[in-house]
Design a binder for this molecule. Structure first.
Ligand code: PMP
Ligand code: GLN
Length: 392
């Protein structure tokens, strides 16, 4: 293994899912739903295979039906218009979109600002591109207990501004944010936009959890902020929105020259992906608003169930405004090392979780935080909550 990748080892998700299997624990680690997405969408995939649509290499940028559906979805939700032919690219999941974007846009030695804790593939892909990551840490807001901002992980805009150097090429944003559940506000996004324009930076924004926002919160795409349409690469995924993480259908929307750049890298990573699933996702994106509202409501109820259970078990809970993860602080349990805690949790309670420290360069900042996924059946979450009571 080369020096660029040596520090990364095996992803925490594979490690923790294997631990769950080995110990027969409830897996609230890796974020994947334990119920598949809509029947009609599954049927669409079967029909595509049977009718011979996409069984051979689909077009490099993605099948036209899907590119059109992605553009229409962005217009329907956010009023953003993208040309399906020149401004949309289908990828093998958001993971490939992240990799191809970074590999296409970075020069060795460039700096990339990423919000810490960050999704694990960001660091590895920045390294593969020979660039340097510059983390800006989100920290829990200490405001009045019970207040709306209390416990929200916040982005310090002064720190963000101070992190920009002459070598900064781009900012890698993620909202709704995995693992903290923070949904960036319009004011925060406007500040990022202003900084990007002022310092002439590109922004890659990972918005795979765009539909998972709660309590009436609004997901605001960065591309809709003033000045950002031309300098933003937006990443989406069918895995999260339609509960088909195994299909690996993702996408990029951006200005034509940026999409062309990302396509140049993408063609040599996978060339193309998931022919029949692309047709099925095209249908999924056209589901009525009621589907998306239902997805939100269902996950909000699950968030509340798991958050209450974790609080009752003695964790400090950071109530997520978005995503299907809840971050906790284990210090009230008399613990301080999330790694040790997560390795012992199967034995102690029959549950698997993720130590947030893996998403930090400043490991000490992340040490006491542990993430639980709530994209699981209600009965499974109830059983997990019962088991976790053993910790209290
Ligand atoms: N970005 C974030 C923030 C994620 O949480 C994930 C997956 N959990 C991905 C990207 C990868 O998405 P995909 O499965 O579509 O590759
Ligand atoms: N994104 C999922 C998570 O954060 C896992 C995806 C993966 O295993 N790479 O849990």
């Amino acid at each position: 293994l080369n020096r660029r990748l040596a520090e990364f080892g095996t992803t925490i998700f594979a490690e923790m899912s294997a631990l769950a299997q080995r110990t027969g624990s409830i897996n609230l680690g890796q974020g994947f739903p334990d119920t598949d997405g809509p029947e009609a969408v599954r049927e669409a995939a079967v029909r595509a295979v049977r009718d011979g649509r996409g069984n051979q290499y689909p077009p490099g940028p993605g099948v036209p039906e899907l590119r059109t559906a992605i553009a229409e979805h962005q217009r329907r939700l956010y009023g953003l218009t993208f040309d399906p032919d020149r401004e949309v690219l289908v990828t093998a999941g958001a993971t490939e979109a992240i990799a191809a974007s970074l590999l296409a846009l970075l020069e060795p030695g460039d700096e990339v600002i990423a919000l810490e804790p960050y999704y694990d593939s960001y660091a590895a892909c920045i390294a593969m591109a020979g660039a340097t990551r510059v983390p800006v840490t989100l920290r829990p807001h200490e405001g009045p207990r019970g207040g709306a901002a209390h416990g929200r992980f916040v982005l310090d805009l002064d720190e963000l501004r101070a992190a920009v150097t002459p070598r900064t090429r781009l900012i890698l944003l993620n909202t709704p944010h995995n693992p903290t559940g923070t949904v960036l506000t319009r004011a925060e996004l406007a500040a990022v936009a202003e900084l990007a324009c002022e310092r002439d930076l590109l922004v890659i924004t990972d918005e795979v959890y765009e539909h998972l926002v709660f309590d009436g919160a609004e997901h605001i795409p960065l591309a809709s902020c003033p000045g950002m349409r031309e300098r933003t690469i937006t990443i989406g995924s069918a895995g999260k929105t339609f509960s088909f993480t195994g299909w690996k259908v993702g996408w990029v929307t951006a200005a034509p020259e940026l999409v062309a750049a990302v396509r140049s890298a993408k063609q040599f990573l996978t060339y193309v992906a998931s022919g029949p699933f692309q047709y099925a996702v095209a249908e999924a994106l056209r589901l009525p608003d009621s589907y998306f509202a239902g997805l939100r409501a269902e996950h909000q109820a699950k968030r509340d169930l798991l958050s209450a259970g974790l609080a009752a078990a003695g964790f400090e809970v950071f109530r997520p405004a978005g995503t299907y993860f809840v971050t906790t602080d284990i210090r009230p349990l008399g613990e301080s090392d999330g790694f040790a805690f997560c390795r012992a949790l199967p034995e102690r309670a029959g549950v698997v979780a993720i130590p947030n420290a893996v998403f930090y360069d400043h490991r000490e900042e992340g040490a006491p935080f542990v993430r639980f996924a709530f994209c699981k059946q209600t009965a499974v979450l109830e059983e997990a909550v019962t088991r976790l009571k053993a910790l209290a």
